[in-house]
Design a protein around this ligand. Structure first.
Ligand SMILES: C[S@@+](CC[C@H](N)C(=O)[O-])C[C@H]1O[C@@H](n2cnc3c(N)ncnc32)[C@H](O)[C@@H]1O
Length: 399
């Protein structure tokens, strides 16, 4: 503390609050708690900063992201209640799945029956069904990703009032809210094979005050159906985002989607391509960690390099008027928000999520993987650069 007892150095505050110096510095950079500086450039915290720090700690304990905490503390969030409601949806979803897992573990341990053990394994598989998984951190990552990329990926996606649009593989509804709010007069039907994601998506859309989306559990490989709402030609457009990369037969899926839209109807496809990631400082371990994600996704039957294949795949699936546009996310020190939301919390968070399976599969040793993640984080520093290209394609069902 200072002589007059009113100021704390970063080290003193770390000791008093239990928040590490590293985190205090990060929170300063993120605008969560930004202290004054002494003439020699050292941080000094006054009573108002300390009060704000304890408020920030309380908000963080609810699981909110740093950007959300900063916006709430600055009273810049236009609708704090909606932010907290959307967060509550994620927390409830996580609790529901964890409690299901706990019940099954208890039942399995109480019973020697092999079928109970199988149920536990099924539930665990549900957690890790995809390389990306269905955990609530994954939901938060997808939502962050959607927020950062909305304009870049979907700014030019609008549908006409009265049209019927099918979104396949909607997940937790990260893109659904954007689509439905950008085209309020359009009727959306959003489908997914994961019922727990559909429930989360439905709550997310309701929390956003949207009423033009219906959620239905469907597998793209079981469509179109012979009759009813999912019969051949029953939609004006189909939309898929980050779905084909997970499918074992993406061209078959694109053919099925073509049959679902009316003649003259369109498809919109958005996919990434991890081969498009390059950065400064360049780093072998970072590239090795990204390669683990690509390999694991291939082992799971998907393709993390699918963005570059959109045109040939749509062509093979007999779509016409195909147009593909690369959408590059470029991040440097002049865009600290994007460095946080995309480089750190979207791309690096996604790659770091495969640490355990990558190490378990013998693709990489833990030390190299961790060095790779540190190097990716390093690219989000003020003197770092990160580049990644998404691909957006549109096509038309021939008349
Ligand atoms: C990476 S998530 C993308 C979610 C969402 N489109 C987004 O951009 O945030 C992929 C989603 O596709 C769903 N999915 C995978 N295979 C599917 C299938 N055969 N039919 C329908 N949905 C499927 C998964 O359950 C998951 O929710």
């Amino acid at each position: 503390m200072d002589d007059d007892g009113m100021w704390w150095t970063v080290g003193e505050l770390a000791l008093a609050s239990g928040v590490s110096v590293r985190v205090l510095r990060h929170w300063d950079a993120m605008g969560v708690v930004s202290p004054e500086r002494t003439p020699s450039g050292h941080r000094r915290y006054g009573p108002a900063h300390v009060t704000r720090l304890y408020r920030a700690m309380a908000l963080r304990r609810t699981g909110l992201g740093l950007r959300q905490v900063a916006a709430l503390l600055d009273q810049e969030d236009p609708d704090p209640a909606a932010t907290l409601r959307a967060h509550l949806v994620d927390v409830e979803e996580d609790l529901r799945r964890r409690s299901q897992l706990r019940d099954r573990l208890v039942a399995a341990l109480e019973s020697a029956e092999p079928d109970q053990l199988m149920k536990v394994i099924e539930t665990m598989t549900m957690f890790e069904q995809y390389v990306h998984g269905y955990r609530s951190e994954e939901s938060a990552r997808l939502a962050d990703q959607a927020g950062a990329l909305v304009e870049l990926l979907h700014g030019d996606t609008r549908f006409k009032p009265g049209e019927r649009v099918l979104e396949v593989g909607c997940g937790v509804g990260a893109q659904t809210t954007t689509l439905a709010s950008q085209s309020p007069g359009t009727d959306f039907v959003s489908v997914d094979i994961a019922p727990e994601s559909l429930e989360a998506a439905s709550r997310r859309v309701a929390a956003a005050g949207l009423s033009n989306v219906e959620f239905v559990e469907k597998d793209v490989f079981a469509l179109p159906e012979r009759e009813g709402d999912f019969a051949e030609g029953s939609f004006d457009h189909v939309f898929v985002c980050f779905l084909l990369e997970h499918l074992p037969a993406p061209v078959d899926a694109l053919r099925r989607l073509r049959r679902l839209v009316r003649p003259g109807g369109t498809v919109t496809v958005v996919e990434g391509d991890h081969g498009s990631a390059y950065f400064h400082p360049d780093d072998d371990a970072a590239r090795a960690a990204i390669a683990c994600q690509v390999t694991l996704q291939r082992h799971a039957g998907g393709d993390a390099l699918i963005g570059r294949r959109l045109f040939p795949m749509l062509h093979e699936a007999d779509w016409s008027d195909i147009a593909v546009t690369p959408r590059t996310v470029y991040v440097d020190g002049s865009r600290p928000d994007l460095a946080d939301s995309f480089t750190r919390r979207t791309f690096t968070a996604m790659v770091s999520g495969v640490r355990e399976p990558a190490v378990a599969a013998g693709l990489i040793d833990p030390r190299t993987f961790d060095a790779g993640i540190a190097a990716l984080r390093r690219t989000a520093e003020p003197d770092g650069v990160f580049c990644y290209t998404f691909f957006k394609a549109v096509g038309r069902r021939p008349a």
